[in-house]
Design a protein around this ligand. Structure first.
Ligand SMILES: [Zn+2]
Length: 338
């Protein structure tokens, strides 16, 4: 459904008052005819009939109703005749919703004047619970910068509920918009841990403060541990021989995360085990600069460092790892490091 939101019900209302639209600066069209301007300046008032009238009256009371057809289906919004066979509907009104399911949608990255929301939103066909037809309305996905792509939470099947206006007049605008069900909360609590890095980890972070990855090589098995722990877990011996490894490496395994994290640029984001060139143990880091669904085992990556003036003895110096564009490393070369 990628679209700029041209299907615009508010736009239809505008068309009702302007049968023909011309450029006033150019009243003669391309085939030499003079365009006549026909304009109804003030809109119009009409009666709505019993069926739509009932729908609008219930809206004013913050209820959603549909009408049952002779065939048993529930039409929302209701019509006087069944669009399937033209038969008059029954007089039975059925309360539906208020929750519903998005059946299809069209993203509006830059709302125009007259749109129901001033920030990016979606026009959606929403099938309210208990209804057999869908209702067109706006879905508000929260604070989104103008021009941005739709958030990944906007999908067919998304569950939404109406946001009612406090003052209602008996119109479809009595529903300000629909909003997704609440599926997540942000806990304001914050856990902070302080730990003494110890001699080995402290030395590693000193290296990071200089833009270098330091490790230890075990004198028994020859493996290089980054970060170093001061001992070899395989041989149980202390390690002291310091080596510097590259800030490039290979993704061994990775995970796609769909829960927001303040360190990650967006959701979904990827955290990966990265085997730095010259190291024998993989370390965990973020991967960015590539869509999450294109990250691969064996992909070559390089650390993206923050500006040097922001460096300190912390892993925050590294924003994340980004692809280098080199060919992938074959699985056999990394299988022992998984
Ligand atoms: Zn060892």
């Amino acid at each position: 459904m990628p679209s700029d939101g041209a299907g615009d019900p508010v736009g239809q209302a505008t068309q009702a008052t302007q049968a023909t639209k011309v450029d006033p600066a150019d009243p003669v069209n391309s085939v030499g005819q003079v365009n006549h301007v026909l304009e109804f300046p003030g809109g119009y008032t009409r009666s709505v009939g019993p069926v739509i009238g009932r729908f609008l009256t219930e809206l004013r009371d913050a209820r959603l109703v549909g009408v049952r057809t002779a065939g048993g289906r529930v039409l929302v919004p209701p019509t006087e005749y069944d669009p399937a066979d033209g038969a008059p509907v029954t007089g039975e009104y059925v309360e539906v919703g208020p929750a519903g399911t998005v059946e299809t949608w069209s993203w509006v990255p830059r709302p125009r004047p007259g749109h129901p929301l001033t920030r990016p939103f979606a026009w959606a066909l929403i099938r309210l619970d208990g209804a057999d037809t869908a209702l067109l309305h706006a879905v508000d996905l929260g604070e989104i910068d103008p021009g941005c792509a739709p958030p990944p939470t906007l999908t067919t099947g998304l569950r939404v509920r109406p946001k009612w206006r406090a003052e209602r007049i008996g119109g479809i605008g009595d529903i300000e918009c629909f909003r997704p069900d609440v599926t997540m909360i942000t806990d304001p609590g914050r856990a902070e841990y302080r730990l003494r890095p110890g001699r080995a980890l402290g030395r590693f972070l000193d290296g990071i403060a200089e833009g270098r990855f330091l490790g230890h090589r075990c004198h028994v098995c020859g493996k290089v541990y980054v970060p170093m722990k001061g001992m070899c877990p395989a041989d149980g011996v202390p390690t002291t021989e310091e080596v510097e490894v590259a800030d490039t490496g290979t993704i061994t395994t990775y995970a796609v995360n769909n829960i927001p994290d303040p360190r990650a640029p967006e959701v979904p984001f990827v955290s990966a085990y990265i085997l730095l060139d010259g190291a024998d143990i993989a370390m965990v880091a973020l991967v960015a600069g590539i869509p999450a669904d294109q990250v691969r085992m064996g992909m070559r990556v390089k650390a993206v460092w923050r500006p040097r003036e922001e460096w300190g003895p912390t892993m925050q110096n590294i924003r994340w790892f980004a692809p280098t564009g080199e060919p992938d490393v074959p699985f056999d070369a990394i299988r022992d490091y998984l």
